[in-house]
Unconditional design. Structure first.
Length: 553
């Protein structure tokens, strides 16, 4: 391959990467397609929680242990009846939700509007209605039939509100079995927190040993996607963490083909989507059983359970912790090791995580994510300053040799082999590396892709405003001003580069700014802002270097 073609191929390769990322952005922000007719609930009023509705009961929870936990190795699921009369409404400073002792059926995030222009409508993270079902379920099944799938826990009140001046709110349900088992279930909500602590206090007054299995699980549907040649989009599905595999995706297809069944000490199980997640976290010093299951109606379970035995006359507690809300890395990492990885930065996470850390630190001083991106761009440019200078010097020298290269083309005409040989001799004589202008682009591509995922996945940038009409850096510029400015900057930069001697290559290079502009029309404006500022800084650096070399003898 002629050496002068490599630069063109490298830039074309970058275009392919941009196309994949552009399609990822469009895929993720396109309206969710409905499920197939076989799995879509009929239109009509919202179903009640009575028998026969899609959320009538806790589906397929682990079977009741009839013996002490040490002798239990089965996880055959059973069903449990629902009771809409025992639902309560809970409102804190961050949540507005509807729940009962078995599940949280609906939950809205009060601090995260559905859209910038709909501040009065909070984002509905949990929902019990088809086709997009996402429910958090938890319960205890005990030996001796106490409690069993028919057992009803009675709420202390039918409405709870976190009052001003209080730091926590306890939502209490109680159960008393006919044989003397008493359970008090408490959901504890905390001010300013997306953590929910679930505690069972078990009092055994039966005179017989009791064993129970406490579970926490997610049930949700897989929303159909529209397919496409390249399907790269933000991941929606299950994730589990263990000491052996700190971050392991359990996709819906995996749940269908090979259900999860594994004992893990500590760890966590999560169901994630763009910007938001739910996670169940057991105590790190106990062994929990992690499981998944595909249900009828395109619904999937992912969860874990822990076993506990209570001797006659004893009172013990069983605990699980849930995180339900935005994927805020600081809060999640403080809750469980590796939980911040649910912010799925892709395979370049080892570059993306430091970039986000630096961006977050800059934002701590400036208080504006747009200006923080600009400062981060300047720091990245500074890090690549010498590498870029080498590239621009190589381009400037090749630009200076442009008349002699044109002469070689005229001399050898269509004899490309002799022309390439003559050009290589010219490069050698003038001590020019023709690949010197390509290497900096190659090095910066991983940084660019990593920054793309940072801006795409970080909930901190969701609906973050910059200046004027740019009120959401995670969305594309609705007036397309930034992409057009970016395209203009690429055209200006193109004029500083040497023109390829081959007419076809020259046309390709001239078309690239327009191709890039088209791709960037629908990219998040934060990413376009980075690329535009980077181009402006590059133009300034390249112009100074080019003028110096052209002025030299």
């Amino acid at each position: 391959m002629p050496i002068e073609n490599l630069r063109s191929l490298l830039v074309i390769g970058l275009c392919v990467v941009l196309f994949l990322m552009w399609q990822a952005w469009i895929e993720d922000h396109s309206p969710e397609a409905p499920l197939s007719p076989a799995t879509t609930a009929p239109a009509g009023p919202e179903p009640s929680a009575g028998a026969g509705s899609p959320t009538a009961a806790i589906s397929d929870v682990p079977e009741i242990p009839e013996q002490p936990p040490s002798s239990i190795d089965s996880a055959q699921p059973v069903s449990e009846a629902g009771s809409p009369a025992n639902r309560v409404r809970v409102r804190t400073d961050v949540f507005d939700l509807v729940m009962d002792s078995r599940a949280i059926y609906r939950l809205e995030l009060l601090n995260y509007p559905l859209a910038v222009d709909e501040p009065q409508n909070p984002f509905p993270l949990l929902n019990e209605s088809a086709p997009n079902i996402f429910v958090v379920e938890t319960g205890v099944l005990g030996s001796n039939g106490e409690p069993n799938r028919e057992s009803v826990f009675t709420p202390a009140r039918d409405e709870y509100v976190l009052e001003s001046g209080r730091e926590s709110l306890g939502v209490v349900f109680s159960f008393k079995g006919p044989n003397g088992i008493e359970l008090t279930k408490t959901y504890t909500f905390h001010r300013g927190s997306y953590v929910v602590d679930v505690t069972y206090r078990v009092k055994n007054a039966t005179g017989q040993p009791w064993s129970g299995r406490m579970y926490g699980q997610f049930r949700r549907t897989q929303v159909a996607d529209s397919g496409g040649l390249f399907r790269i989009y933000t991941y929606t599905g299950g994730v589990i963490s263990s000491p052996e595999k700190p971050y392991e995706k359990i996709a819906f297809d995996d749940m269908l083909e090979s259900p999860l069944s594994r004992d893990v000490q500590g760890g966590w199980a999560a169901m994630i989507q763009h910007y938001f997640a739910g996670a169940w976290i057991p105590s790190p010093d106990i062994v929990a059983h992690y499981y998944s299951k595909a249900l009828d109606g395109a619904q999937y379970l992912l969860g874990l359970y822990v076993d506990q035995s209570v001797s006659p006359g004893e009172t013990k507690e069983m605990k699980l912790t849930a995180y339900i809300g935005p994927k805020i890395q600081k809060r999640m990492e403080a809750l469980a090791p590796g939980l911040r990885r649910t912010v799925d930065f892709g395979w370049l996470f080892f570059i993306a995580e430091p970039l986000f850390w630096l961006l977050d630190k800059i934002h701590g001083y400036l208080g504006n994510w747009g200006w923080s991106i600009i400062v981060l761009t300047m720091l990245i440019k500074l890090a690549f300053f010498h590498l870029s200078a080498t590239s621009y010097k190589s381009m400037a020298r090749m630009r200076k040799l442009q008349p002699r290269m044109v002469q070689l083309k005229e001399r050898y005409g269509t004899d490309r082999q002799r022309m390439n040989q003559a050009m290589m001799e010219l490069y050698k004589k003038e001590k020019i590396n023709p690949l010197g202008g390509c290497l900096p682009i190659l090095v910066q591509i991983p940084v660019f892709i990593a920054l793309y995922w940072v801006l795409l996945e970080s909930v901190e940038l969701r609906q973050a405003s910059f200046i004027f009409w740019l009120n959401d850096l995670s969305q594309h510029d609705r007036f397309f001003v930034l992409p057009i400015l970016m395209g203009v900057s690429m055209l200006l930069q193109q004029r500083l580069n040497p023109t390829p001697p081959d007419p076809v290559q020259a046309k390709i290079m001239m078309a690239l700014p327009f191709v890039f502009t088209f791709f960037f029309l629908f990219f998040p404006s934060g990413l376009v802002l980075y690329w535009f500022v980077n181009n402006v800084l590059s133009i300034a650096q390249q112009w100074v270097i080019t003028k110096r070399i052209e002025a030299a003898p």
